[in-house]
Design a protein around this ligand. Structure first.
Ligand SMILES: [Zn+2]
Ligand SMILES: [Zn+2]
Length: 128
């Protein structure tokens, strides 16, 4: 067992597996169950809404989201990674996902073209 500083409150504690001390872990669990309760009672909710009702920072709420603990409920809007538009699942909104797909396939085409112009048969035939 090692002694570590709690990431949350900075106190020294005996580190087991978490990066926060048992007390902060209890607080976090309590917050988490309040958020879950709220979603269960009210259905769909946005992050600012939850933060307004429950004494939780957006940062912490986002951490819950990122941990995947709230995403499964599909009941909370959180911002799209690219444009910030509220979404309920995945990392990006549909539009950004489509844009990314288009950009990726365009990039792939460019690579193909670049490879083709260097190693294509016309290049070799002209050189010979
Ligand atoms: Zn702590
Ligand atoms: Zn987006």
């Amino acid at each position: 067992m090692e002694i570590a500083n709690c990431k949350e409150c900075g106190r020294l504690y005996q580190r087991v597996s978490r990066e926060i001390c048992p007390e902060c872990l209890r607080n976090e669990e309590a917050l988490f169950s309040r958020v879950k309760e709220y979603i269960r009672a009210h259905g769909h909710a946005s992050i600012p809404e939850i933060c307004g009702v429950i004494d939780i920072s957006e940062e912490k709420l986002m951490k819950f989201m990122r941990d995947g603990r709230l995403i499964s409920t599909n009941a909370v809007d959180y911002p799209c990674e690219r444009c910030g538009k509220p979404i309920r699942s995945g990392k990006m909104c549909e539009k950004c996902q489509a844009n990314l797909q288009a950009a990726l396939s365009q990039a792939a085409r460019k690579i193909d073209q670049a490879a083709g112009s260097k190693e294509g048969p016309s290049y070799y035939s002209r050189r010979k």
